[in-house]
Design a protein around this ligand. Structure first.
Ligand SMILES: [Zn+2]
Ligand SMILES: [Zn+2]
Length: 335
């Protein structure tokens, strides 16, 4: 996200932008999914069925579910050959037109992603941990807006719900990319159908709860991702980043490579953290991670404040003039 989200006009709207209905391999009809998300307090939902020939390339039409206080964004999960591991690409595209043309013979994942972006979609590199994406894969999807740093169904079904390593790798190359949390719910766990839903979402700052406003805000990075906590405010005071949030036990500002600074305690909240971004990287910083109610509760915060320097510290001694600064800035330690 961009820290600008907290200064932008409008308010935050809660939504999930990755989920599957009975139009592909989910179990619930789209109408019932909209009903459940609305009942759980969500403001918007994107049903993103698998855009595959055996499902007849669905762009699931949920427009009839749109109301004053709940809207849907049309989208799909796109597939084409092939990742570096030889798997079919999974590319999340939110904001597609209903007439988005079926995948062409020979069309590659990156070509499909580019076509979705040209059609107006917000495109995300889906569940990187679940199917083993590499930095080269992320670089192949050069125009993608975001990476999933949390995919709830991948966590529930396969204990591989994360994407932090890939996100850090991409940010480390100097590319600006947003961090997204989603459900990817299929409602397919017998006896506990909600188990892979309502676990990861985004809070989008927009002037109106309308698909066009939400999409525009997402592309501008005016959102944060959560599995629980809420960020109430985040701003800079001089060289410092100040975070105000719902009660959290740990707030960590992540930096490049192994670097991070921690604020720990019970019920951390207002002005709990004053960080100097330079204490984390010296050349741009990643995002705060907040933990509350146990492990795995994460929130993505701001984009790098500056383009990260391409100078790398990993495996190399920092330049002499940086050594003293690193000592003084509370280096995170060798882990
Ligand atoms: Zn997928
Ligand atoms: Zn999916």
């Amino acid at each position: 996200m961009s820290i600008d989200a907290f200064a932008a006009p409008g308010r935050f709207f809660k939504g999930n932008v990755h989920t599957h209905s009975s139009r592909s391999d989910g179990t619930l009809p789209p109408e019932e999914m909209c009903r459940r998300y609305k009942a759980r307090g969500y403001d918007f939902l994107a049903i993103t069925d698998h855009f595959l020939p055996h499902y007849d390339f669905p762009i699931t039409d949920t427009r009839a579910a749109n109301e004053a206080d709940f809207v849907t964004i049309l989208g799909a999960e796109l597939h084409a050959p092939a990742t570096s591991a030889g798997e079919l690409w999974h590319i999340l595209a939110v904001g597609l037109p209903l007439d988005f043309a079926p995948t062409g013979a020979g069309e590659t994942g990156p070509e499909l992603a580019d076509r979705a972006i040209a059609a107006g979609a917000f495109v995300t590199i889906a569940h990187p941990d679940w199917y083993g994406l590499t930095l080269a894969d992320a670089e192949a999807l050069a125009a993608a807006h975001a990476i999933e740093v949390y995919n709830h169904t991948s966590e529930v079904h396969a204990a591989r719900g994360g994407g932090q390593v890939l996100l850090d790798g991409v940010l480390g190359t100097g590319r600006r990319i947003w961090a997204l949390a989603t459900d990817d719910a299929h409602f397919n766990i017998e006896g506990d159908v909600d188990r892979d839903a309502f676990g990861g979402w985004i809070m989008v700052r927009a002037e109106a709860n309308h698909p066009a406003n939400l999409l525009q805000a997402m592309k501008a990075g005016l959102f944060y991702s959560s599995q629980g906590p809420a960020i109430e405010d985040m701003h800079r005071e001089g060289n410092e980043l100040v975070v105000r949030c719902s009660p959290a036990s740990e707030i960590i500002l992540l930096g490049r490579g192994s670097r991070a600074v921690l604020a720990a305690g019970d019920g951390l909240r207002e002005r709990a953290c004053h960080w100097r971004p330079s204490s984390v990287t010296g050349a741009g910083w990643s995002f705060p991670t907040l933990r509350a109610d146990g492990p795995g509760r994460i929130l993505s915060g701001p984009e790098p404040a500056r383009r990260p320097s391409l100078r790398r510290f990993d495996g190399l001694s920092p330049p002499p003039h940086r050594k003293e600064a690193l000592r003084n800035e509370g280096r995170a330690g060798e882990r």
